[in-house]
Design a protein around this ligand. Structure first.
Ligand code: BES
Ligand code: MN
Ligand code: ZN
Length: 497
């Protein structure tokens, strides 16, 4: 979407669709001006009760004869003059985005200052609105023919003008830039997530990372192949790809734009490009959704794209542990014991608990960056969906300040996360009779024991783990990757500068 920021009275705009926010009690200035221009037309309509003022409702008025605008879209801002709550604002943006999607016009203009949200700046409101529009207009169309029943809906809108007072224009522009970078980054993550496993395999991800580095001077991509990983002793990671025809890759995207010598932040994504479960084969129902098992990796790509677009003055390493988990004569068996790069031995009791096996060697490898912090992002456990559903990302950490920074970023970005506890009593569930640890900790507290496993490899630095099993994609009619937690992570990085 093309966005522009413009100053000037809303009622004087020549636009195919002018969008205003209206309260039941008093009309905002732009609407009042339009009302007098139309000899009380607006007030009349509102008095008639044509608009339900609960947030999320709106009213489209066509071809208002007395104003330069062709259409007027009124957004309900509530029964009184109070600012919207966050929840009300969410409903408003979802409704607005869907109205814009079906609008039969090339451009529309929004009086952005009409929208007020409790305790939030115009910068924040602009950013969230832009993010919502970018999210709604995303289409994954590369495998659809553009005719026939399965064809995607045609979208006419190409340009949105954000109308704001001259004194606020700079703030709106700044919010717009962030909203677009986050929205675009999120959509990059969605596309990688939506790609099927036969196309998006570990080498594909590595090639994407190399291509990104080619376009941007501040980014360097290094890729380790299986031979190089084997030389480093990454037998845990390699045990996952053992059954696959696809070779594993460890991808490191190094973004250097901060102070020289400043410790980098490392983001590490689980990149299982397809998870069959391996010899501990998954049941067939919805197994296609295991193409989304690289959504952690996809979110790392999304964040890298966003920070490049925003040119953030920080050092960030985007790592991806990419492998495909398949059964075959060469696949790892339940009971196999492997030695990780750290030297710790692991008894693999279930080959479907593969995410932690690729992440643990990558966590050890991350030590060489002497990171300020490492955050891994992984569709790690079905148990996380049981605990938090599809609304909230699980957060576990060995460092309280880091956990707090992430929680606060998640609130600010409206990309919710919730911290779960860790502790020795949970770690003990991983005890093995035959090796230093098992790769599963039994049915109780599966998300926590998975994090406790990872923590054994992350003792050298502040570390946090985001379990996005429930939030990375949607199932059913709306099946598709969500691009979460790109907004939270970009906010976390923005808060660093
Ligand atoms: N990728 C899955 C986790 C998953 C399952 C995410 C369903 C989203 C939806 C992961 O590799 C896995 O299979 N985990 C197992 C762990 C168990 C064997 C301890 C799980 O959650 O069942
Ligand atoms: Mn699995
Ligand atoms: Zn998995």
């Amino acid at each position: 979407m093309e966005f522009v920021v413009k100053s000037g009275a809303a009622e004087k705009q020549k636009t195919a669709c002018l969008i205003l926010g209206v309260h039941k009690k008093t009309l905002p200035p732009s609407a009042t001006a339009l009302d007098s221009l139309t000899e009380g037309y607006l007030a009349d309509i509102l008095k008639r009760g044509d608009l339900d003022f609960k947030p999320g409702h709106s009213l489209m008025l066509l071809h208002s004869r007395h104003a330069p605008v062709e259409r007027l879209l009124l957004l309900a801002m509530g029964e009184n003059d109070k600012p919207l709550t966050e929840a009300g604002f969410n409903k408003l943006t979802v409704n607005l985005a869907s109205q814009l999607k079906s609008l039969n016009a090339r451009e529309a203009s929004i009086a952005i200052e009409d929208i007020n949200v409790e305790g939030k700046s115009l910068h924040w409101i602009t950013r969230q609105l832009v993010e919502a529009i970018e999210y709604a207009f995303y289409q994954f169309s590369q495998f659809k023919n553009d005719t026939g029943k399965g064809a995607l809906s045609k979208i006419s809108l190409k340009k949105v003008t954000l109308l704001a007072d001259r004194k606020n224009a700079e703030e709106v522009k700044a919010g717009l830039a962030q909203g677009q970078a986050i929205g675009n980054g999120r959509n990059v993550a969605r596309t990688l997530g939506n790609l099927p496993g036969n196309i998006c395999h570990p080498t594909y991800l590595a090639d994407e990372a190399k291509a990104l580095a080619k376009q941007h001077a501040k980014l360097t991509t290094k890729v380790l192949n299986e031979k190089q990983m084997s030389d480093l002793g990454m037998s845990s990671l390699l045990s996952v790809s053992a059954g696959s025809e696809q070779e594993a890759r460890l991808i490191c995207m190094e973004f250097k734009n901060g102070k020289r010598g400043a410790k980098p932040l490392v983001l590490l994504g689980k990149g299982i490009t397809f998870d069959t479960g391996g010899i501990s084969l998954k049941p067939g129902a919805a197994m296609d959704e295991m193409k989304f098992d690289m959504c952690g990796a996809a979110s790392v790509f999304g964040v890298m794209n966003a920070i490049i677009e925003l040119d953030l003055p920080i050092n960030v390493i985007g790592m991806v542990a990419a492998a495909e988990n398949m059964p075959s004569g060469k696949a790892t068996r339940p009971g196999d014991i492997v030695t990780s790069m750290s030297g710790k031995t692991i008894e693999i009791l279930n080959t479907d608990a593969e995410g932690r096996l690729v992440l643990c060697d990558a966590l050890t490898y991350a030590e060489r960056y002497k990171p300020e912090a490492v955050i891994d992002i992984a569709t790690l456990t079905g148990a996380c969906i049981v605990a938090l559903g599809h609304h909230t990302t699980g957060l576990l950490s060995n460092n309280e300040p880091l956990a707090e920074e992430l929680i606060s970023a998640s609130k600010e970005a409206m990309d919710r996360a919730w911290q779960l506890p860790m502790g020795e009593e949970y770690t003990r569930q991983l005890d093995s009779n035959f090796a230093d640890m098992a790769n599963i900790g039994g049915p109780a507290a599966g998300t926590i024991t998975a994090a406790c496993f990872l923590a054994k490899f992350a003792a050298a630095y502040p570390w946090a783990h985001l379990d996005i099993a429930g939030t990375a994609w949607q199932s059913g009619k709306e099946k598709g990757a969500t691009g979460r937690p790109v907004p939270m992570l970009v906010q976390y990085l923005l808060n660093k500068i």
